[in-house]
Design a binder for this molecule. Structure first.
Ligand SMILES: C[S@@+](CC[C@H](N)C(=O)[O-])C[C@H]1O[C@@H](n2cnc3c(N)ncnc32)[C@H](O)[C@@H]1O
Length: 391
């Protein structure tokens, strides 16, 4: 936990970076990646390897935040917590402390899953890396060969062979050649399964209501072999700009996507679409393995806010498509089952035809006909998926 890994790294500089990252997370509620970029912009490491080492330590330190608070007994300044982390401490016995998740989140999940909640949280302390072969630019064999030549060991998913689980890599995933050439994309398998639930086909018109930065949009284009018309909406103009550039790099045909900056809760559209994807903004509690800062920043108030936003978006988008896939990267029913229950009178649920459909939480009227993907079962992020038919 507090092993620096390289004695060469100067301890005081190291501590300063860790404390700075936690300070950014606490103060600005940003991800570890953003906090690290801000803190480590140019000065903090003398080599790429050292930077990676620091980045990895920052992730582990922030992930231990709740645990450190439990051990220290009271709120402490980031630099005191760094000292404690580096000096070592006895593992706390309270489950939420040991798992380093906020008490309210632990209690909520325990009420839903019992002891299984512990396995779920344990799985979220390990990041499983998935790569999606971008078949708009390469083939599965081509990408697997490219990875092998760089010494990467992968396992091809039996359910979705264009998904590759990374077993071992000699360098960070983003630096792999196939990734830099956009022939493969870091893409969690649950997030890919969401698009499988949408079932995009050649000739479809698809409304992507919360589209940026477009990872799922590009998979929609890939599964429809580029022959699809997508209206990509996002409330953030900045994110749409990023998305436009990314779609080009990923080989999504220009004519396949029409972009729109709008609020999907209120947008009025003239056209009706065959399918719509509502990949709604959410607490991201399903992605704690990817971003440990979520253990620090997520609050019940935020969950309530997102739940309201999700209901608003879903209700409006149901007016514009014959089939709608609703999804969130959340392990909480407030952003899944409870959202879909509120539109039960506006659409009929149809169980997603996907190969990895875990049971949703029990006790909801929608439980039988929707799916959840769980980190401890599917080696993925936690996602909720519901398919609705409006006509
Ligand atoms: C989960 S992310 C979408 C990720 C994207 N589908 C992908 O796979 O790359 C949610 C997105 O919803 C956008 N968003 C938030 N509120 C919105 C709203 N009211 N209307 C439309 N988009 C919204 C955010 O800007 C963010 O880009």
């Amino acid at each position: 936990m507090c092993n620096i890994g390289d004695p060469e790294v100067e301890v005081s500089r190291f501590s300063k970076v860790l404390a700075g990252v936690l300070h950014e997370v606490l103060r600005h509620r940003v991800s570890v990646d953003v906090a690290f970029r801000r803190v480590c912009g140019g000065w903090c490491a003398s080599s790429v390897d050292e930077r990676e080492l620091l980045y990895d330590a920052a992730r582990r330190f922030v992930a231990d935040y709740v645990k450190l608070l439990c051990v220290s007994g009271k709120r402490r300044r980031p630099r005191d917590l760094v000292k404690l982390w580096l000096s070592g401490f006895e593992e706390p016995s309270e489950p939420y402390c040991r798992l380093s998740v906020p008490l309210w989140l632990y209690d909520r999940l325990y009420a839903l899953l019992g002891d299984e909640a512990v396995r779920l949280f344990e799985a979220m302390s390990v990041r499983v890396w998935w790569l999606r072969v971008n078949m708009l630019k390469s083939s599965i064999e081509g990408v697997v060969r490219g990875l092998e030549s760089e010494g990467v060991i992968v396992e091809v998913s039996r359910d979705y062979p264009y998904m590759l689980k990374i077993i071992k890599t000699p360098k960070p995933v983003r630096l792999l050649r196939v990734v830099r050439e956009f022939k493969a994309i870091p893409h969690d398998i649950a997030s890919a399964v969401v698009v499988e639930a949408l079932r995009p086909e050649r000739g479809d018109s698809v409304l992507d209501a919360c589209a940026a930065p477009g990872i799922k949009t590009s998979l929609i284009a890939m599964l429809a072999e580029g022959r699809v018309r997508i209206k990509a909406i996002d409330i953030s103009g900045r994110r749409i700009t990023v998305m436009r550039k990314l779609m080009r790099k990923l080989g999504v045909p220009d004519e396949a996507v029409e972009y729109m900056v709008a609020d999907s809760r209120k947008v009025e559209l003239r056209e009706h679409y065959d399918k719509a994807l509502v990949d709604a903004p959410c607490s991201n509690t399903g992605a704690m393995a990817k971003d440990p800062a979520l253990r620090v920043t997520i609050t019940p108030g935020k969950v309530e806010y997102y739940s309201r936003l999700q209901k608003g978006i879903l209700e409006n988008i149901l007016k514009y498509a014959s089939r709608v896939t609703y999804t969130t990267c959340s392990i909480l029913p407030e952003e899944g089952e409870e959202v879909v229950e509120t539109v039960a009178d506006k659409a009929k649920l149809e169980k997603p035809q996907i190969k990895m459909c875990g049971e949703p939480y029990k006790g909801y009227s929608v439980s039988q006909s929707t799916c959840r993907l769980y980190p401890h079962i599917h080696e993925s992020e936690g996602f909720y998926i519901a398919n609705m038919v409006t006509h």
